[in-house]
Design a protein around this ligand. Structure first.
Ligand code: UDP
Length: 232
């Protein structure tokens, strides 16, 4: 069983696929799935995207370096939103981010993060990498390594990585395990190449799971063979 986990959620996990804002139904689902693992004494970090608010490249009238700042702020908004949702369910969490100075956002300090974990808090890492031109996949890879995670779980809506598009090819096969070398060579789109290469260099595996099948997150963390593991 994994003991230190970084979970990467897309902003759409809060709004529903293709949606904007926040969906009560999605939030309820998300909290229930997290609750299942929170009680297991796992040190859990979460990086959340901002696709439900802003994605830099979707803001056509902006220079990308400007648009991406809105995106990064969106990840802080989502982190604070989630903190409030968790709080209502009695789940302790804390938002850390290097990009804003707000009363409910703590600075990113490794020693403090360890203390938050020891005290049973989920740590919500907001603000992406702090740099425009990156995505929250890359932020997830960085934070996972910084918190010494033993796995990075990428929550997706697909069952894993296939050798070809399962929607187009009936004989498409899902990989249980794939190497970073193979994932980068085959230009697997499920996660950024930057994230793959940071994890590869630092000997951290990524587990791609279908987060929207109930119980999958718990199964993944208990070490059940679901999804696709990207190995170094
Ligand atoms: N972003 C950024 N730097 C980062 C992380 C995120 O500039 O290190 C911006 C970028 O505009 C991105 C947006 O924040 O589009 C939201 O992140 P992402 O697209 O990864 O969200 P997701 O698709 O996972 O919801």
């Amino acid at each position: 069983m994994y003991k230190r986990v970084l979970l990467k959620l897309s902003g759409e996990a809060l709004s529903g696929e293709g949606g904007k804002g926040f969906s009560e139904k999605m939030l309820t689902y998300l909290v229930n799935e997290i609750q299942k693992i929170h009680s297991l004494n796992i040190k859990l970090g979460i990086v959340i995207g901002a696709g439900n608010i802003f994605r830099g490249k979707e803001l056509k009238d902006f220079r990308i370096q400007m648009a991406d700042q809105l995106g990064m702020l969106g990840t802080v908004i989502n982190s604070l939103y989630l903190k409030n949702v968790f709080e209502k369910k009695g789940i302790k969490s804390i938002v850390v981010s290097p990009i804003v100075n707000l009363p409910s956002v703590m600075p990113l300090k490794y020693d403090f993060i360890e203390q938050y974990f020891e005290a049973g808090y989920i740590v919500l890492f907001g603000g992406g990498t702090s740099n425009p031109l990156f995505t929250t996949d890359t932020a997830a890879a960085l934070r996972a390594i910084e918190m010494n995670a033993d796995i990075l779980v990428k929550a997706t809506k697909v069952d894993g990585i296939y050798n070809k598009d399962p929607k187009l090819f009936e004989d498409a096969k899902k990989y249980d395990i794939i190497t970073y070398e193979q994932a980068i060579k085959e230009q697997i789109k499920v996660m950024d190449t930057e994230a793959f290469s940071i994890c590869e260099k630092n000997n951290l595996s990524i587990l791609i799971i279908n987060f929207f099948k109930e119980g999958n997150l718990l199964k993944a963390i208990e070490g059940e063979n679901i999804g696709t593991k990207v190995n170094y």
